[in-house]
Design a protein around this ligand. Structure first.
Ligand SMILES: Nc1ncnc2c1ncn2[C@@H]1O[C@H](COP(=O)(O)OP(=O)(O)OP(=O)(O)O)[C@@H](O)[C@H]1O
Ligand SMILES: [Mg+2]
Length: 398
């Protein structure tokens, strides 16, 4: 009798959904604890149950049916995960590691303790503390809620002392994080995977472009990144993974800061597959979702070698077009080499509903690869592209 493991994913968003393909290919059973019957991953797995991830009994019952528990998001209370671990459940990443992705103050302290470059930062309990910090670093400063933020929610840029009034309502008792406003040249991200027995692997460092604090486009590898910076950030990410005992995929978001001591600063950590790693699904021999499953099962990791000179990922955010499938004929014919991934979500303005990957065929330029990704994503978002963009279409097959 051949038996295969069952992986339980807490959370039914697009990240859980995109684990389903690799799980099927490798013969693993994926089970999802979903927030509701209609969330993204439910349609993609044979076994999904709806339940509250903050409820002890629900978590316990879900864990009883699986060989390993992992995550689609970072919001499961650490105390409940510690209880599961004590009861013998394999939780990956472990709650002790996950804490560094759940709490930005804990993360800042750990980055500092490991001797890696942080922006100037301080734990603050009121606007007086923020003013005192800004006196040392200068304005603007960036106020962050340590827990629960995503897509820029929980991040407030304070441009001057007058803006302190806006920050007043953010203080509701606990400590907040304040950071210097980093004058970065661009945002980078490095994705690594580590298995419980210690083997780790990194993908090439990428550039991630945010629009309104939401990831919009990712370019792999980061164009013209100095080799010493690429090596340093990769080493830093592997060190964090090792020293924090991370298992599964981790993304380290970074600021490139030319002229600073290290040339970069750590922004934050995510311990799960990450938007800045979606390009790996088509641009690397092993995609991040497959790698995450291998890692949490403590299996040998796959090669992270890129399959092309460039890979570009462009997010599809909900826009003018509500009929995504209706736009397929135009979008797919416009970029036969582009790969479309959709998340099975209803279209709502600004919501992440899918992404397009585009890789360089032969010696295609980065410009060509980017244009293709954007054109296909815009066709899906709007159902049409502005004429000027259309004229950029490369001639012939692509
Ligand atoms: N100290 C800073 N200086 C300048 N810009 C910053 C700083 N911190 C954050 N930002 C900007 O705000 C964005 C969101 O910040 P951060 O990544 O901390 O928050 P988040 O909401 O948790 O993000 P995510 O969507 O990645 O989970 C960053 O990608 C960056 O563009
Ligand atoms: Mg971030």
């Amino acid at each position: 009798m051949v038996t295969f493991p069952v992986i339980g994913v807490i959370g039914g968003g697009q990240l859980a959904r995109m684990m389903a393909g690799p799980a099927i290919e490798l013969g693993f059973e994926l089970r999802v604890l979903a927030e509701g019957p209609d969330v993204s991953a439910v349609a993609a797995v044979a076994h999904a149950e709806v339940g509250d991830y903050r409820d002890r009994a629900t978590l316990r019952a879900f864990a009883a049916g699986v060989d390993v528990v992992t995550f689609d998001h970072e919001h499961v209370p650490g105390g409940l995960l510690e209880e599961l671990e004590r009861e013998g459940v394999a939780v990956h990443p472990s709650p002790a590691a996950l804490l560094h992705a759940q709490d930005k103050l804990v993360m800042r302290r750990a980055v500092e303790a490991l001797g890696l470059p942080n922006p100037a930062w301080r734990a603050v309990t009121g606007t007086d503390d923020v003013a005192a910090f800004a006196k040392d670093t200068g304005w603007p400063v960036v106020l962050k809620t340590p827990r629960g933020g995503y897509d820029g929610k929980g991040v407030l840029v304070l441009r001057n002392p007058a803006a302190l009034a806006d920050a007043e309502s953010w203080f509701t008792g606990g400590e907040l994080l304040v950071e210097e406003f980093v004058p970065f040249s661009r945002e980078l991200s490095v994705l690594v995977a580590r298995r419980p027995s210690g083997e780790a692997a990194a993908w090439p460092v990428v550039e991630s472009i945010q629009v309104d604090s939401v990831c919009d486009e990712v370019i792999a590898p980061a164009p013209e990144l100095a080799p010493d910076i690429a090596a340093a950030v990769t080493k830093a990410a592997l060190k964090l993974a090792d020293q924090l005992g991370v298992t599964g995929v981790m993304a380290v978001e970074l600021f490139e800061v030319p002229g600073s001591a290290a040339g970069y600063l750590v922004n934050e950590l995510a311990m799960r597959p990450h938007n800045s790693g979606h390009w790996t699904m088509d641009g690397s021999l092993t995609g991040q979702f497959e790698q995450h499953l291998r890692a949490v099962l403590d299996l040998p990791l796959g090669s992270t070698a890129p399959v092309a000179r460039y890979a570009v990922m462009k997010n599809i955010l909900g826009g003018a077009n509500a009929d995504l499938f209706g736009a397929y004929p135009g979008a797919l014919s416009s970029g036969p080499s582009a790969k479309v991934h959709v998340y099975g979500k209803d279209v709502r303005p600004g919501r992440k509903i899918g992404h397009v990957n585009s890789i360089a065929i032969g010696d295609e330029s980065l410009e060509t690869v980017r244009t293709r990704a954007t054109r296909v994503a815009v066709l899906l978002r709007d159902g049409t592209v502005p004429p000027s963009t259309d004229q950029d279409r490369p001639k012939g097959s692509q």
